[in-house]
Design a protein around this ligand. Structure first.
Ligand code: AMP
Ligand code: ZN
Length: 116
C-alpha cells in the first residue's frame, strides 16, 4: 500500500516523474536527481518500508530483489568489472533523507573507504 506523502511511493505510482532505468514486480530504479557519481541510481521496493528498522518477516525477498536489480543495472552501465558501491542509509545519523528504503548504486569513479 502506497503511503501518502511519500516521494518514492509517488514515483512508483507514476505521479512524480523519474528517469526509470529498471522495473520488476517488486522493485524499480531511477537516476538520482542529485548524482554523486557518473552513475547514481536509486533502487527501491514497490512496497513502502520507511527504514531498515521497519522491515518485517517476509520482506527478505523484496530486499534481495534490490540487489538483483543492482547487479543487472551495474552490468547495463558497464560497471561490473571495474566495481561499484551499494549503500543503504538508515535514519538521520547515516544521512537518510527519504523515508522509503532505497539502495544507492554508485559507479564510474573511485570511492574512498571509510565513507564520510
Ligand atoms: P538518502 O539521503 O540515502 O535518503 O537518499 C535519498 C536520495 O534520493 C538522494 O540521493 C536524493 O538526491 C535522491 N532524490 C530525492 N528526490 C529525488 C527525486 N525526485 N528523483 C530522484 N532522486 C531523488
Ligand atoms: Zn513510500
Amino acid at each position: 500500500m502506497a503511503e501518502e506523502q511519500c516521494l518514492f511511493c509517488s514515483i512508483v505510482a507514476g505521479d512524480i516523474p523519474a528517469d526509470i532505468v529498471f522495473e520488476s514486480d517488486t522493485a524499480i530504479a531511477f537516476r538520482d536527481i542529485n548524482p554523486q557519481a557518473p552513475t547514481h541510481v536509486i533502487i527501491i521496493p514497490r512496497k513502502h518500508v520507511a527504514t531498515i528498522n521497519d522491515l518485517e518477516t517476509g520482506d527478505e525477498g523484496i530486499v534481495g530483489s534490490l540487489f538483483s536489480a543492482a547487479k543487472e543495472i551495474a552490468a547495463e552501465e558497464e560497471l561490473s568489472e571495474a566495481g561499484y558501491r551499494t549503500v543503504m542509509n538508515c535514519n538521520k545519523a547515516a544521512g537518510q533523507s527519504v523515508f522509503h528504503i532505497h539502495l544507492h548504486l554508485l559507479g564510474g569513479r573511485l570511492f574512498a573507504w571509510p565513507p564520510g
